[in-house]
Design a protein around this ligand. Structure first.
Ligand SMILES: [Zn+2]
Length: 488
């Protein structure tokens, strides 16, 4: 960063920090509310309602149900340029119900969904940062527009490619995406991978499996044959490609030849082009499977996302704000909980981190994907990791749920929100940063033509996870916290 783009420690940022410091109780209540809602992707009704209500009460204009997503939203404050977007996800995972603060596997509700990554904390950071920035924008009469996007179903990589395809990011100058981690850390260059999520459904003909199986055309055979074909093809994939699947429909009982069967695939590669190549190959394998089993195949793309990239100018801004805010100060009790958990989960025992990770060069690209990918090719973006979970614990494992409704998450949420609010405010105080980010972004993406990989007419899969959520919601409701978050 040069002298004109060097971030300041402006009084606007102090107003935001004071707002966050005096609202510790509300942040905790918001964080814990989302934790106990434990809502799966596309079913985040309680979560998004609470977040939207708080943003509305805080002075934002909220559009609910954007781009055909009932649990997605866009909250806006301010006017004119620059337009700064902050966005994140708040969905839970299946069979991840875990009691907070308990250092052993312990479901809140047996088999129910729950937060074992920390998207509940993301939700708290998003709302808190937005409200804090809004206070400072109002108080100092800052020029610019803050847009706050609620992005459903990140775990299925679903919503943001649709938001981008449908034009919701067309006027956005820079974007900031907070995500939970075990320490402050930001990167630039390619950070995560591209992914295409598609369901292959085979259609055959039912028959009595014992008496006249020759009359049937077995859709499950097609699924098995496609899986076998993909297994053979794995040897010929490039080193960066990978594919994972689950069989979501495989028949009802053994004496009926299954008429319909489905297999759901994730195709990953380091680039959108590579993921597309892998998907095209998988479609050929599916055609072969259909031919062999005398069935027909129908392919539905649920989502398709470009790899998340980080803009260097924004990454440098975030690094500055990390150092200005500093890592949370953990108590001996919090550190002891972390150590006990690390021991129990048989990972390296090191307690909590109070360091800020230093950027030393471009990021190392990970095989994980995030639906924010498309946003990061549309506008300069920073993915902001903040410390609110325990180091070395793997996400989606029971142990990753333990800290998420404890002071570790609450303090991490406050620290993450300060960094995000500061970065937002810097863009309004000093629009030269935005111009510099756009300039470096143009250079970084030179020669790449961003094109949404989503089919143009593809509609959001709104019924995703509806059955599972309906099965557990009544049993989960008694665990909701009664305290309503109130920001002042
Ligand atoms: Zn995540």
């Amino acid at each position: 960063m040069n002298a004109t783009t060097k971030p300041s420690n402006a009084p606007e940022k102090q107003v935001a920090a004071q707002f966050i410091d005096r609202n510790g109780k509300a942040i905790a209540a918001l964080n814990d509310s989302i934790f106990y809602f434990g809502e799966l992707g596309m079913q985040e009704f309680e979560t998004s309602r609470l977040m939207c209500d708080l943003l509305e009460e805080g002075g934002f204009t909220v559009e609910r149900g954007i781009a055909g997503f009932p649990t997605g939203f866009c909250a806006t404050f301010g006017s004119g340029g620059p337009v700064v977007a902050i966005h994140t996800e708040y969905d839970a995972n299946p069979d991840n119900s875990q009691k907070a603060g308990v250092v052993e596997p312990a479901c809140i509700v047996e088999g129910a969904p729950g937060h074992c990554e920390g998207h509940n904390v993301n939700g708290a950071v998003l709302v808190t940062a937005a409200l804090a920035a809004q206070r400072a924008m109002s108080e100092f009469g800052l020029q610019g527009t803050l847009k706050v996007f609620g992005a459903p179903a990140e775990e299925q990589l679903v919503s943001r490619p649709y938001f981008v395809r449908d034009g919701w990011f067309d006027d956005v100058d820079v974007a900031i995406a907070p995500h939970i981690g075990a320490e402050f850390g930001v990167g630039y260059g390619l950070i995560q991978s591209a992914l295409i999520s598609a369901v292959f459904t085979f259609h055959g003909e039912s028959a009595h499996a014992g008496v006249a199986p020759w009359k049937g055309r077995d859709a499950l055979d097609a699924v098995v044959l496609m899986d076998a074909g993909m297994a053979q093809y794995r040897e010929h994939m490039t080193k960066t490609m990978s594919a994972q699947r689950v069989i979501t429909r495989g028949g009802d009982q053994p004496n009926v030849v299954p008429r319909i069967a489905s297999i759901w695939w994730y195709f990953r590669d380091t680039s959108a082009e590579g993921a597309t190549k892998l998907f095209e190959r998988a479609k050929k394998i599916a055609e072969g499977a259909a031919l062999m089993s005398d069935t027909t195949c129908e392919v539905e793309v649920l989502s398709a996302v470009w790899p998340v990239r980080g803009n260097q100018t924004l990454a440098e801004l975030i690094q500055h704000e990390y150092e200005a805010v500093g890592a949370p100060a953990w108590t001996p009790e919090e550190d002891a909980l972390a150590r006990a958990l690390q021991e129990k989960a048989r990972v390296k025992v090191e307690g909590l981190r109070s360091t800020v990770h230093r950027m030393t060069g471009p990021a190392v690209q990970k095989p994980a994907a995030n639906d924010a990918g498309d946003v990061s090719w549309k506008a300069p973006m920073a993915k902001v990791y903040y410390p609110a979970n325990i180091p070395n614990i793997n996400y989606h494992h029971w142990a990753a749920g333990v800290a998420l409704a404890t002071p570790i998450a609450h303090k991490g949420a406050a620290a993450g929100a300060k960094v995000v609010a500061n970065a937002v405010l810097e863009c309004f105080i000093n629009p030269a940063v935005v111009e510099e980010a756009k300039r470096t972004f143009a250079r970084e993406t030179e020669g790449v033509q961003f094109r949404s990989m989503l089919p143009a007419d593809q509609k959001p899969p709104v019924s995703l996870n509806a059955d599972t959520m309906a099965r557990y919601r009544d049993a989960m409701r008694p665990h909701y916290i009664s305290e309503k978050p109130r920001f002042e």
